[in-house]
Design a binder for this molecule. Structure first.
Ligand code: ATP
Ligand code: MG
Length: 366
């Protein structure tokens, strides 16, 4: 275990409800470290960035913020973008995408863990909670085709093309990441199963991806490896999501399926995520800035709390630091305990608990 005792975190509250849920999240992390009498300190440096900042300054992600994110141990981001503020070419302001690109964050991790005490769209027939992880490749696939997009031909022959890129390097690092995560989870009693989601029966690039997956799987003989076609996967995620442990897929499939996964957890306000690269990582709730509820106190901070836990866990593994792993566990524990009381029902789920009610309940569990 390492002796690193000080960690630097870049904080980007961003837009909309981001500025409402960030302060309570930082407060939770600080309270947890104090409670555990942890042998570490965290220095948070906050930067303005996003759509509102762009409107004020003409810059969406200041150089200092990017440089800090590149040098710090991790970045905690809430949400960015507002529908009414756009770049002159009409694109949404999304510096989180720029960060993903600049920091080469190739693995989008979306843990799917349901909370005891919440009404959920699908309950496990065996009465237990869902607990699996969806990992999405975040640098290539069809989404990397911005460079390859072209329109050819004329009149009735005109056609638009996007090209899907699936590289050996991209696959290998992604699949190794997935198997390592399954290893960590197996140590905590999970199945040790990695399921690759593809469409290898129709597209050659996915057949290639499946072959690389099988090659990588051979290096992890103590773990199970399986494949599923994306269409069958959509069915299974509704019929028996509890059958999975670690799922891994290409960028666009992951984009679509991870929203389905947020639905399984009871809404966007419950779903955390981490975008992870070789040396940097950005952690953020899956939801956007939710312009419809800004300033009403309705924002659910749970996804942000769970993203913070994911960040501390990643730092713990990355630096072999037990204090960070303990702090991550503690956050997960108190959030679960708060929901397990059965007293919390967020607005999104038809209840009347917002930022203050949810964070107070979580703090009370410390
Ligand atoms: P994006 O453009 O990134 O999809 P968005 O603003 O549309 O962002 P979503 O995350 O898609 O936001 O969320 C859709 C709706 O779900 C929001 O408009 C809001 O009503 C609700 N919602 C999202 N996150 C939360 C949250 N943390 N707490 C409460 N409600 C939320
Ligand atoms: Mg949306």
């Amino acid at each position: 275990m390492s002796k690193k005792t000080s960690f630097d975190i870049t904080v980007l509250p961003g837009d909309g409800i981001g500025v409402e849920i960030t302060p309570v999240c930082i407060e939770l992390i600080e309270k947890v470290l104090t409670k555990l009498d942890a042998d570490v300190s965290i220095n948070f440096t906050t930067f303005e960035a996003g759509a509102a900042y762009y409107q004020k300054t003409g810059i969406s992600l200041p150089e200092e913020a990017l440089a800090h994110a590149q040098q710090s141990d991790a970045t905690l981001l809430a949400c960015m973008g507002l529908p009414s503020i756009r770049y002159p070419d009409g694109r949404e302001i999304a510096p989180q995408l720029e960060l993903r690109e600049k920091l080469d964050l190739y693995a989008g991790v979306r843990p799917v863990k349901t909370m005891p005490g919440l009404p959920l769209p699908l309950a496990d027939e065996r009465g237990s909670q869902l607990d699996f992880v969806m990992i999405r490749e975040s640098t290539e696939g069809l989404f990397s085709s911005r460079e390859s997009f072209r329109i050819e031909g004329q009149g009735q022959d005109e056609a638009a093309y996007d090209t899907q890129k699936i590289s050996r390097r991209g696959c290998e690092r992604l699949f190794n990441f997935a198997f390592k995560m399954a290893e960590q989870r197996k140590q905590k009693g999970k199945q040790g199963l990695v399921t690759c989601i593809d469409k290898a029966n129709v597209l050659g690039s996915f057949y290639y991806m499946r072959q690389v997956f099988d090659e990588v799987a051979q290096h992890y003989p103590h773990l199970e490896a399986d494949h599923i076609y994306v269409d069958a996967c959509a069915l299974q995620l509704v019929r028996q999501p509890w059958a999975y442990d670690v799922m891994v897929t290409e960028n666009m499939f992951g984009d679509i399926l991870s929203d389905l996964c947020a639905g399984l957890m009871g809404g966007m306000g419950m779903a955390p995520s981490g975008d992870i690269g070789e040396n940097s990582a950005v952690f953020q709730p899956c939801h956007g800035s939710a312009p419809d509820i800004i300033g009403q106190g309705k924002a659910n901070p749970t996804a942000m709390f769970l993203s913070a836990a994911l960040m501390l866990e990643w730092l713990g593994y990355q630096h072999q630091n037990q204090a960070m792993l303990d702090a991550a566990n503690k956050i997960n524990q108190v959030v679960e305990a708060a929901y397990a009381t059965g007293d919390l029902l967020p607005y999104e789920l038809g209840g009347s608990d917002g930022t203050v009610a949810i964070s107070s309940k979580v703090f009370a569990m410390l």
